[in-house]
Design a protein around this ligand. Structure first.
Ligand SMILES: NC(=O)C1=CN([C@@H]2O[C@H](COP(=O)(O)OP(=O)(O)OC[C@H]3O[C@@H](n4cnc5c(N)ncnc54)[C@H](O)[C@@H]3O)[C@@H](O)[C@H]2O)C=CC1
Ligand SMILES: O=C(O)C(=O)[C@H](O)COP(=O)(O)O
Length: 372
């Protein structure tokens, strides 16, 4: 079996070598000819899997993307051509939720304010939005949810109209898929009119897809003096982003919200599990076989530990300001994709074992730390 895998997908050799020969490719420049005689294609989000790419694919029987988002895949085409497909739903939901938590605590600290008492609007309440909601539940905040498709399907217990959520929230965070057509299109969901309606001081977080916010409109309202705290992980036209926006962005990163070691590895593992199912072979390998021991594993809290100290603990494991600093220092010299490829190791909160949590155990557990 010939397996072609994105060069930025971890653990492919470890998971897939038993199936056949693994060759790596550059996700941005993959050409149709490289798919000749290939049986399995494993991609990440930067490869458009469309009719042009599949033109020379004469043997392809399985396409897997180790991502949650599938806006880069022509799924109807794969169905038509009888090519099995899977994505990796939820694989990095924890990572994105932790990115949001890290960002909120960083900005609250810098604004000399507290997360307590804030109203936080979550737009898109799927795997990421729900994970974030669970983490926020333990904190003293009000959470507003907006997810019309889920609400209309009777799958959401509460719902807020988007216009109301935008004007009532202190923090708005987007976790919708990129959908370009139809009643629930998310293309430029945050458009100029909605940007202008936001109250001064609102924190806007986008870790979904760049096109969910009209970047040009965002730049214009910021240039016109809008008082918004922007946290931007995803950009229109990646990797050629609107760099003028950086000046107005409090926390900027190179589409890495989901890039914990665990999040990326889970994605590869989910593709492996699907191929095992298709080939009718036993699933023998698991994440625990491959993940290294983190550099910090244990911490003991003293009785004096209190809610205002939470930010310190969160940022011990992941401080989004590290990623903001790298982008601002190296974007021009290294470029967007190179920064993503060389992203420093980041682990999830669950890798930290905490003793002595005492009266704050519920909050720490909800955030995802491992209580001993
Ligand atoms: N920055 C990053 O590194 C990452 C970004 N993502 C992006 O985040 C997106 C969401 O991920 P998940 O929560 O796992 O997806 P999901 O599919 O589990 O949930 C998405 C939710 O958005 C809702 N939705 C759809 N249209 C909507 C609209 N117009 N308004 C409000 N809600 C709407 C859906 O009903 C669904 O409940 C992915 O599609 C992907 O594009 C995902 C992982 C990492
Ligand atoms: O899962 C998704 O969807 C994402 O956006 C990934 O976290 C980032 O995807 P890559 O660009 O690294 O494939």
């Amino acid at each position: 079996m010939k397996i072609l895998a994105d060069q930025n997908m971890p653990l492919v050799e470890q998971y897939f070598a038993d199936f056949g020969e693994v060759t790596r490719f550059d996700g941005r420049t993959l050409q149709s000819e490289q798919l000749i005689d290939v049986d399995v294609l494993l991609t990440r989000s930067v490869t458009q899997v469309n009719s042009a790419l599949l033109h020379s694919a004469n043997k392809l029987k399985f396409v897997g993307t180790a991502t949650i988002g599938i806006d880069h895949i022509d799924t109807a085409l794969l169905k038509d051509r009888n090519i099995a497909f899977t994505s990796a739903p939820g694989c990095n939901a924890i990572a994105v939720a932790e990115y949001v938590i890290s960002s909120i605590f960083a900005l609250c600290q810098e604004n000399a304010s507290s997360i307590e008492g804030k109203t936080i609007g979550i737009v898109g309440v799927g795997s990421i939005g729900s994970c974030l909601r669970e983490k926020l539940k333990a904190l003293n905040v009000t959470v507003l949810l907006c997810d019309p498709p889920k609400y209309e399907a009777g799958q959401l217990d509460e719902h807020q109209d988007l216009e109301l959520l935008l004007t009532q929230s202190d923090i708005v965070t987007f976790h919708v898929p990129l959908i370009k057509t139809g009643k629930h299109s998310t293309l430029h969901l945050l458009n100029k009119a909605r940007l202008l309606a936001l109250k001064a001081g609102t924190i806007i977080i986008n870790a979904s897809r760049g096109d969910v916010i009209d970047n040009q409109a965002l730049l214009e309202v910021m240039q016109d003096g809008a008082q918004l705290d922007l946290v931007i992980d995803v950009w229109e036209n990646e990797p050629t982003i609107l760099t003028e926006l950086l000046e107005y962005t409090r926390l900027a990163s190179v589409h890495i919200a989901g890039h914990t070691l665990e999040g990326k590895a889970r994605g590869t593992q989910m593709l492996y599990q699907k191929l095992c199912e298709l080939e009718k072979v036993e699933v023998k390998k698991s994440l625990a076989d491959f993940l290294p021991v983190p550099s910090i594993t244990d911490i003991n809290l003293q009785e004096t530990f209190d809610i205002p100290d939470l930010g310190q603990l969160i940022h011990l494991i992941y401080d989004v300001r590290r990623d903001d600093g790298i982008l601002r220092r190296d974007l021009v010299n290294q470029g967007f994709d190179s920064l993503r490829k060389n992203y420093p190791i980041r682990r999830e909160f669950s890798t930290l074992n905490i003793t002595g949590a005492n009266q704050h155990a519920d909050v720490l557990a909800a955030l995802g730390f491992n209580l001993i």
